[in-house]
Design a binder for this molecule. Structure first.
Ligand code: NAP
Length: 283
């Protein structure tokens, strides 16, 4: 069998970012200001703080600004809703990112759903999900939208393929399954109550690991020549698929790190630029 194709998210995300620089400049010329992404971090979870910082750095790399909103871990749902209302009403803010997860006393779904649809550049609102699922325009959830960008870039057409998505979270598994379905894949969604998961993943042309358990999907669960998308990321620098053993038998795979992760951030930034372009009606 020939060598598997490595879906190089890191390289692709750099190309995507480079393509955004002139678009940011054009927005600035036409509107007199660069797009601003507001990032909201509630509490002091170090991993969340790192993700928010990485998103702010990406804004800077393309010439955009980020507005960092930090709220204490005791923040209530009402306080967070009020902050989101403020950002929704601010014409300088093109996109709003509420870093997931928020502390448990907060109704995260209510807060996500308060984000104005045209500023929902991270694709977290129920309305945006519904529109996307119906094939109408809405910004996609950033991780699955980044995965779709990546497979498009590499000329992988999911039409007619059996895609098995392991995981059904609102920000990853569920929207990715809908995106693949919209592109005419035959989609199976698996989760913690799925019976005999390996027998299902073995029938997949595309296997997506979106589980949150290190190296959960084993090599012998994957058929020869399948495409592996590993959305997982763990501190031990591995994903949700046992890539060491599974990648060699695949047709193509996303490495960890350097696959899905960088595409998520680049997609968030691209969608913020697009929000500004849509507002200016230049897209
Ligand atoms: P999550 O909200 O915890 O969801 C995990 C999903 O996996 C759930 O649907 C769960 O099923 C399912 N699951 C758990 N145990 C399972 C089992 N034994 N068998 C089959 N399914 C099982 O996680 P998430 O936020 O979607 O994240 C998933 C992974 O993606 C994590 O590794 C995370 O770090 C990574 N991630 C990466 C990015 C990025 O930017 N690269 C972004 C988001 C997430 P139930 O629904 O039945 O509980």
């Amino acid at each position: 069998m020939s060598e598997p194709l490595v879906l190089e998210g890191k390289k692709l995300s750099k190309e995507l970012e480079a393509s955004l620089i002139p678009r940011v400049q054009r927005v600035k010329e036409l509107s007199g200001r660069v797009p601003i992404l507001a990032t909201i971090l509630v509490g002091d979870d170090p991993a969340s703080a790192t993700y928010v910082k990485m998103k702010g750095n990406a804004c800077a790399r393309v010439g955009m600004e980020s507005l960092k909103v930090e709220m204490p871990k005791e923040t209530t749902t009402d306080q967070l809703l009020a902050k989101i209302d403020e950002l929704n009403a601010d014409p300088a803010v093109e996109g709003i990112l509420l870093q997931h997860p928020v502390p448990s006393q907060i109704d995260e779904r209510a807060c996500f759903d308060r984000i104005a649809l045209d500023k929902d550049v991270d694709g977290v609102t129920s309305l945006g999900f519904g529109k996307m699922a119906m094939g109408e325009f809405a910004f996609g959830s950033a991780t699955p939208a980044g995965i779709m960008r990546m497979i498009d870039h590499y000329g992988i057409d999911p039409k007619g393929m059996h895609a098995v998505v392991v995981g059904r979270s609102p920000i990853l598994g569920k929207p990715l399954a809908m995106m693949l379905l919209n592109r005419h894949a035959t989609v199976t969604i698996c989760h913690s109550r799925t019976v005999d998961l390996p027998s299902i993943t073995r029938t997949a042309d595309i296997v997506v690991g979106a589980v949150g358990i290190p190296r959960f999907i084993k090599a012998d669960w994957i058929k020869e020549g399948a495409i592996i998308i590993d959305a997982g990321f763990h501190p031990e620098k591995c994903g949700d698929v046992d890539l060491d053993n599974a990648a060699p038998k695949s047709k193509a795979y996303t490495p960890v790190p350097g696959g899905v992760g960088p595409m998520t951030i680049a997609t968030l930034i691209a969608q913020t630029v697009e929000a500004a372009e849509r507002r200016l009606r230049i897209l």
